[in-house]
Ligand binder design. Structure first.
Ligand SMILES: CN(C)CCCNS(=O)(=O)c1cccc(Nc2nc(OCC3CCCCC3)c3[nH]cnc3n2)c1
Length: 278
């Protein structure tokens, strides 16, 4: 029995992303709190709609403890809106957490940073695990796409949708955010690869601790220059040399020297931290 809109009631609007609106909803039959993301597809061409269908099908396949769980989709053909129903992450997103610490002049605890690093790496490993020969690269790893559940466990969200948005007709095409986490290979117009997600992971961890991205500039060409050089300040003094060194391994200009997902997870220090976490 396919879900319909009146199986749910809208509780609140959480926010508007580059693809549409995210609302907090309650499933009537059992009161379960979830979210749905509304995407208007009326302005999409046939092949863009096909892309959307395949992206949603990929989302359905991804089942992992650190990836936002997809539950269902409802299509309203009259309004040409697709509603993608997903698990609700009570802890919000990392972007909000960084903004709050910046406002309060406080820093996230080091153990929290290690936890986010480990759990996001585990989520990326699942994405990179070949899915019938098709790697689901995240392409848009950033604090606003990393959510937390009620126990502050990572729930990686919103990918795949990022890819759909690079279709020519959506307003999202006009770049909404500065690509602070763009890797050197992308700046040099080389192809996006699994290690581009590792670079972004390093940038995200750096920003979580330093409360500012490793590379900032007032224009794209200045930002590109800094990214190509790859120099950035050490983490604030309250963070250990080990964490600073780990982040420097991830934010490595040379792709070949940048660790793979597997080697990050095999790192002795990460292994020891994982034991404490679980
Ligand atoms: C944009 N943010 C800085 C502030 C906006 C609002 N705060 S917040 O930190 O996202 C926040 C607060 C409380 C709960 C949740 N839970 C949540 N949010 C999702 O997406 C949020 C949406 C993503 C696109 C942009 C708009 C917001 C989820 N997607 C799948 N499960 C989700 N669970 C999020």
């Amino acid at each position: 029995m396919a879900a319909t809109l009146d199986d749910y009631e809208v509780i609140a609007t959480i926010g508007t992303g580059s693809y549409g609106t995210c609302k907090k909803i309650r499933r009537k039959k059992d009161g379960k709190i979830m979210v749905w993301k509304e995407m208007e597809y009326g302005s999409m061409s046939e092949n863009e709609k096909q892309m959307l269908v395949s992206e949603v099908n990929l989302l359905r396949e991804l089942r992992h403890q650190h990836i936002v769980r997809y539950h269902d989709r409802i299509i309203d053909r009259n309004k040409t809106i697709i509603y993608i129903i997903m698990e609700y992450c009570q802890g919000g997103d990392l972007a909000s957490i960084i903004a709050r610490h910046r406002k309060d002049g406080t820093h996230v605890p080091e153990d929290f940073a290690w936890k986010i690093l480990i759990q996001t790496t585990l989520a990326l490993k699942e994405c990179h695990r070949r899915k019938n020969g098709k790697a689901v690269l995240h392409r848009d790893l950033k604090p606003a796409n990393v959510f937390l559940d009620m126990d502050s466990n990572v729930k990686l969200g919103d990918f795949g949708l990022a890819r759909v948005l690079h279709h020519e007709t959506s307003f999202a095409q006009t770049y909404v955010g500065t690509p602070y986490y763009m890797s050197p290979e992308l700046v040099n117009n080389m192809s996006y690869n699994e290690k581009s997600d590792i670079w972004a992971l390093g940038c995200m961890l750096y920003e979580l601790c330093a409360l500012t991205p490793p590379f900032t500039a007032s224009n794209q060409s200045e930002l590109n220059r800094k990214i190509r050089i790859g120099d950035f300040p050490r983490l604030p003094p309250q963070y250990s040399m080990e964490l600073d060194m780990m982040i420097r391994k991830l934010i490595q200009v040379e792709v070949a020297k940048r660790p793979s997902i597997g080697s990050v997870l095999a790192d002795a220090l990460i292994q020891s931290k994982m034991k404490i976490l679980n």
